[in-house]
Design a binder for this molecule. Structure first.
Ligand code: NA7
Length: 536
């Protein structure tokens, strides 16, 4: 049990917590403590160890950019590095900047209380710590609160079962086993082709079919790597000013205006480029017009039909009921091809019946028993608000985030919550976060928060808090922007629709000018003396 005072407490030691520590400790000279539930740094990349786990953003931009020398020196092995390589990178960063000495591992924050008299937070952990800090920063990640649905009968299952986000560090040997995978989101789309190569039989339980596009992973040509390194200043500038924190730009035309030949050429180009190009660099009306969206979606449907040999299976893999791009884009490497293998079976909730229960020996769906030795749940996360609510914080008047957010998240700029003074959320709800290349948004928030704390200290302020009216305006703006798109029509985790009882509300921010415009807005707020905040 420790009882200490810190200038700042940071919760989480993934990309965001690591850089927040570096910035507050080494740039501002503050006394900082980081609490991390895992046994080492890494966050998402520490926990998600399922087969096939890798980054979906290109490695040359999925990294820290604050350390210019590291940016030049570090060599990624592939276009999208695998989880162990990203974890090695983060370990290397931790060592290079001597971060671990201020991180307390294997420690989960279990509560926090803001004291309105002293303007200090008291933070408690499951290891018995009770410490105070002026500033409390949640660096808990957007997708870290595991969603493990309460399937009836799970406790009876005699085989082994795992959730992808809590996979054993020793790995799982699927050789000769009958394996069930529940879910077909971005995680499952990475894991299924890998598991299918080992398992004797793989049964995929699909609730909603997804539109998958090819990742096209592989080695990056040395001359491309060299050119990017030579132009890193340009790369960083472009991704910071871009829409999604990536070097992707919409085609400034309507897909409905171009000739069928032209659009087919463009679609082929994006498809062949792989990655998020088809999703984030498509025709500009794709996210706004159902008619335009149908044209883009139709191209993927044709690809599925051409790849999957059994037409009945292909039809079940074709999404129905949501517009293309309104759910997180999974990147695939042989995903559709995997369903051509003799040892792979697709059980689709709509045509075959959904999961009814888990029995001693497998999964029962649509009145049929599927015998299994191992079940892998790739059922996702209580996104964005889940990890913050789990901190059990109490702000002004003892209010909790559960109470504050009972109808959906309410934040100012996705950084701050009215009623929770001196509390900051890195890539919090209603910021671009999950709709951007995360490290770009993380670095932006860390630097903004760090500058804000620095300003407070230099001007002798002990408290900063979002003004409710500014927050209301931000919430209205977030909703107004997204309501003009097709995004709200999907039962996605972006809308909170994957969690029973979670209010239906769009969780991230899809700004009209993307992360570039959002950055400008945040900088403008700071330049105007933290407009919309009350400093005391
Ligand atoms: P996702 O994208 O939330 O996918 C979870 C999958 O699990 C999805 O297919 C769900 O179907 C399915 N699911 C969830 N609950 C159930 C129940 N109760 N029964 C059957 N099927 C269920 O999570 P991922 O881990 O794939 O990806 C999360 C993010 O991590 C990803 O987007 C990247 O940003 C990194 P549904 O579609 O809800 O019908």
């Amino acid at each position: 049990m420790t009882s200490q005072n810190f200038d700042a407490v940071v919760i989480g030691a993934g990309f965001s917590g690591m850089y927040m520590l570096k910035s507050l400790r080494d740039t501002l000279g503050l006394k900082v403590r980081v609490y991390e539930a895992g046994e080492t740094v890494g966050g998402t990349w520490y926990w998600n160890r399922y087969p096939g786990a890798r980054c979906d953003s290109d490695s040359y931009i999925y990294c820290f950019t604050f350390d210019k020398q590291l940016l030049r020196e570090w060599e990624w092995s592939e276009r999208y590095p695998e989880q162990p390589e990203i974890l090695r990178y983060l370990e290397y960063v931790a060592k290079r900047h001597d971060l671990k000495r201020d991180i307390q591992f294997n420690t989960r924050v279990t509560g926090g209380q803001f004291d309105e008299t002293s303007n200090l937070w008291t933070v408690r952990t499951d290891k018995g710590d009770e410490v105070t800090a002026r500033h409390l920063i949640a660096a808990v990640g957007s997708l870290s609160d595991t969603n493990m649905p309460q399937f009836k009968g799970l406790e009876k299952f005699k085989g082994q079962w795992y959730h992808t986000s809590r996979f054993p560090h020793t790995g799982v040997d699927f050789t000769g086993k009958r394996v069930g995978v529940v879910g077909t989101g971005a995680t499952a789309v990475q894991a299924i082709p890998e598991i299918a190569q080992q398992a004797k039989q793989l049964v995929v339980f699909q609730r909603t079919a997804n539109y998958c596009v090819p990742a096209r992973n592989g080695k990056v040509a040395p001359e491309v790597v060299k050119a990017r390194k030579a132009d890193y200043a340009g790369v960083v500038k472009r991704i910071r000013e871009s829409f999604f924190g990536q070097e992707h730009y919409f085609i400034p035309k309507s897909v409905l205006e171009v000739t069928p030949e032209e659009r087919e050429r463009e679609f082929d180009r994006m498809w062949d480029a792989g990655g998020f190009a088809f999703w984030l660099a498509n025709y500009q009306d794709m996210f706004f017009s159902q008619q335009a969206n149908d044209v883009c979606a139709d191209y993927i449907k044709r690809k599925i039909r051409n790849t999957v040999k059994d037409p009945a299976v292909a039809e079940r893999l074709i999404p129905k009921g949501h517009a293309y791009g309104t759910k997180r884009q999974p990147l695939d490497t042989n995903y559709y091809e995997t369903f051509n293998k003799d040892n792979v079976l697709l059980v689709d909730a709509k045509t075959d019946g959904g999961i009814e229960e888990i029995s001693e020996s497998g999964i029962r769906a649509g009145g049929k028993e599927y015998p299994l030795d191992i079940i892998v749940f790739a059922t996702g996360f209580d996104a964005m608000t889940g990890p913050l609510k789990a901190l059990k914080l109490r702000g002004r008047g003892g209010r909790t985030l559960d109470q504050q957010w009972k109808d959906g998240p309410r934040s100012y700029l996705g950084i701050s919550v009215a009623g929770f003074p001196n509390f900051f959320t890195i890539t919090g709800p209603q910021s671009p976060s999950v709709l951007s290349n995360m490290p770009v948004s993380i670095e932006q928030h860390v630097e903004w928060i760090s500058d804000c704390i620095d300003t407070m200290r230099k001007t002798g302020k002990t408290s900063i808090e979002a003004i409710p009216k500014a927050q209301d305006q931000w919430v209205a703006h977030v909703n107004e922007v997204v309501n003009a798109t097709l995004m709200t029509g999907a039962n996605s985790w972006y809308m909170g629709a994957n969690i029973a009882g979670k209010p239906r509300a769009f969780l991230p921010y899809l700004g009209p000018e993307g992360v570039g415009g959002y950055r400008r807005k945040c900088d403008e707020v700071a330049a105007k003396g933290y407009e919309g905040f009350e400093l005391a």
